[in-house]
Design a protein around this ligand. Sequence first.
Ligand SMILES: [Cu+2]
Length: 111
Amino acid sequence: MNKMLLTLITVCSFIFSTSHVHAKEVIVEIYKKQFIPSEVIIDVGDTIIWKNLEKRQYHNVWFKGSGEEEPDYFFPDESYQRKFEQFGSFAYECGPHPKMKGAVIVKKAGQ
Ligand SMILES: [Cu+2]
């Protein structure tokens, strides 16, 4: 095979494997005023999708400890999603229901 082409393929597959392939979506369900699971461990670049599976109750996902503004509520059959670009441990709660707590632990890729 042409050497240049081989190099190109190697470089491309490296870039692809380190950035895109491993990014995943993780579902957290909200039901009976609980985040299920309440703690998730993900890699940098992953996205969490919170799905409201209640019959009537609205919720939100508020990273209050990070000093963020309270986000909008989302209702049954709606979802809220967020991509995590930095590693660390992030606690959150539901604005209207402070007893509902969760945490996202973002680890560096490969750890
Ligand atoms: Cu709530």
